[in-house]
Design a protein around this ligand. Structure first.
Ligand SMILES: [Zn+2]
Length: 310
């Protein structure tokens, strides 16, 4: 039930009000800043729309709720979890949104990372989300409101905040270790992982390579450690060491089959480093550099410039 999700009281109240209105179709935009977990709310809302038992809520017990939870509900379609939605996936969404649902009444599309959608893909999608067919619900997820204005204006906006330390039940040290990332902290708690192990910055390439294989949080923790090791030593390191570090990140993340989040993870490394640097006068410049990542510049070069500067 909604009350079991700690945090975001206002968003939960809003969503339950929406359910009370018994809309037959709608498009929502769940805006969750970096580190929040809008997917949790999207799935809860999807459950509530489909639930067979609870009124304006979800029960987590009925067959619909359980199938949404296990990812086996045929009329719930999730796209974009691993990065931006491709144009052929958009075509698939348009086709599915206009054909009959399996269970006969409602179908839900959760589209993640909507801010990364290319213009042509967004335009193709527009007609489907503008006026969804009877029984069709779109839940779009985005880290920013800097998205195609027509999509923004057609959606019902729901803001999702990061959970705070108390809501997550962790210490400040633990919270800061994960840069306040809700999803990672919850997984860290659930799995009882260890964040105390030291890691040398020189291992960053090997660690990222390993992370790329299965994207496991346990390895991510070691990546965070290696990054912290670098940031802690950076004043005493010479330019060659810094270039080595940048080079290793680029090498570790080099594109390979089944992994297309190279730029995303590289950007995350720069973002975390910026937070760790804590020098306000440098922050702006670093963020500006980080922004170049969007324009397909040579990643290895960008990382070198960035880590030399930091
Ligand atoms: Zn239910």
């Amino acid at each position: 039930m909604f009350k079991d999700i700690v945090s975001n009281e206002e968003a939960k109240r809003f969503l339950q009000n929406e359910l009370r209105m018994k809309k037959s179709s709608a498009t929502y935009l769940f805006n969750g800043k970096r580190g929040s977990n809008p997917m949790e709310f999207a799935l809860a809302f999807a459950k509530a729309i489909l639930c067979e038992e609870a009124e304006n809520d979800f029960c987590d017990v009925c067959s619909s709720c359980r199938r949404v939870e296990s990812g086996n509900y045929p009329d719930l379609h999730i796209y974009g979890r691993e990065g931006s939605i491709k144009i052929d996936e958009v075509r698939e969404i348009i086709y599915k949104a206009s054909s009959t649902s399996y269970e006969g009444n409602k179908r839900i599309f959760i589209l993640d990372n909507i801010e990364d959608l290319r213009k042509e893909a967004a335009n193709a999608l527009l007609k489907s989300i503008e006026e969804p067919e009877e029984g069709t619900f779109f839940i779009l997820l985005s880290e920013t409101l800097n998205i195609i204005p027509t999509i923004l204006s057609r959606s019902i906006l729901v803001n999702i905040a990061k959970k705070n330390m108390e809501e997550l039940g962790v210490s400040k040290g633990e919270y800061d270790f994960f840069f306040g990332n809700t999803r990672e902290i919850e997984e860290y708690r659930r799995r009882g992982l260890d964040i105390s192990k030291e890691e040398s910055y020189r291992e960053i390439g090997a660690l990222l390579k390993e992370y790329k294989e299965d994207q496991d949080l346990e390895v991510k923790i070691r990546v965070y450690r290696a990054l912290r090791d670098f940031m802690g030593r950076r004043v005493s390191l010479d330019n060659l060491d810094k270039m080595y570090f940048a080079q290793e990140i680029a090498k570790g993340l080099a594109k390979s089959k089944g992994f297309d989040r190279t730029r995303e993870v590289a950007e995350e490394m720069m973002y975390c480093a910026t937070l760790l640097a804590r020098t306000p006068e440098k922050l702006e410049k670093l963020l500006e550099m980080k922004g170049y990542n969007k324009f397909n510049v040579n990643l290895s070069l960008l990382l070198k410039l960035f880590f030399l500067e930091i």
